[in-house]
Design a protein. Structure first.
Length: 301
């Protein structure tokens, strides 16, 4: 496999289409990736497969890349496995802050089809709901959440890795959909509004999955304990410096948004750690949690 390790995955797929099926079988989305310039050697490092799955993936790919060679099949059942983390990836405290923000963004994404059903933006009620949704996307999902990723988190990642470029490209594409939706709202163009909002939903659904399951765990594995505390402190500072009035309006909107397209009055929301916006620098308890997290990771939990 050494002769292919510095080859872009998309090049391998174009020459050997069967590789796309293998990657999909292992939950690796190189086939549908917006950029596709990851090198072959980066696949395993980014996706952090279990050792037995890694060996199985490499064996399967090698049999396709070298059909003329007789390759001995390993006994995958004898390869030690890490204990699987219950409930998905175990994030460090600052990365969990971002993942918790995803929960709120995903709530709106899940409700977009219902909001658009029977939509008539010539009606004041419908126009207001769309305007509130777009304000949440702009002020919370983009200026609050994506800003922390772009201005802080990505400084802790290898910026030469294509996976980071894919995330930035998604952010830019999402902004173009929001811009299109705002223009359609001004013109009261139902069709274009629906087209842009549904495109945004589809983009962000996949984008958040890539971050939660691939990017965040990959960055977490590279952080030292000191960097975890430093990152948490920077996120806390960014949250404190955010416009609290706008942030409270966003949280009041999303917390009050109900299935059935309506919003209900909601008391002012006070920002705290539970909603992903701590105001203080890391406390002793936070540092203790960070160290506990690192200890568990180092012990393989």
């Amino acid at each position: 496999m050494e002769d292919f390790k510095n080859t872009p995955v998309k090049d391998l797929i174009s020459k050997n289409p069967k590789i796309s099926g293998i990657l999909n079988d292992f939950g690796i989305g190189c086939v549908s990736c917006a950029l596709g310039s990851c090198l072959f050697k980066d696949i395993v490092g980014i996706h952090d497969l279990q050792a037995d799955k890694e060996a199985e993936l490499l064996y399967s790919m090698e049999t396709i890349l070298h059909p003329d060679r007789k390759i001995e099949k390993p006994d995958f059942s004898k390869i030690p496995k890490r204990e699987k983390e219950a409930g998905g990836p175990k994030y460090s405290p600052p990365i969990k802050m971002l993942a918790d923000e995803h929960v709120k963004i995903k709530k709106l994404l899940a409700l977009i089809p219902g909001i658009l059903k029977d939509l008539d933006i010539k009606k004041d009620k419908d126009m207001k709901l769309i305007a509130q949704s777009l304000n949440f996307i702009t002020n919370y999902a983009d200026k609050f959440h994506h800003a922390k990723e772009e201005d802080i988190l990505f400084d802790y990642a290898d910026k030469n890795m294509p996976v980071t470029s894919v995330m930035l490209k998604d952010h830019a594409l999402g902004r173009s959909y929001v811009k299109g939706a705002r223009e359609a709202l001004k013109k009261k163009d139902n069709g274009k509004l629906m087209e842009n909002l549904l495109a945004y939903k589809d983009l962000l659904d996949g984008h958040i999955d890539k971050e939660d399951l691939v990017l965040y765990p990959w960055i977490d594995r590279q952080l030292s304990t000191a960097q975890v505390g430093e990152l948490y402190s920077k996120f806390a500072s960014a949250n404190k410096n955010a416009d609290q009035k706008i942030l409270n309006e966003c949280l009041g909107f999303i917390n009050g948004l109900k299935i059935g397209r309506g919003t209900q009055p909601h008391a002012p929301v006070h920002i705290n750690a539970q909603v992903g916006a701590p105001h203080e620098a890391p406390s002793g308890n936070v540092i203790k949690n960070i160290n506990q997290y690192r200890m568990e990771k180092n012990n393989g939990f």
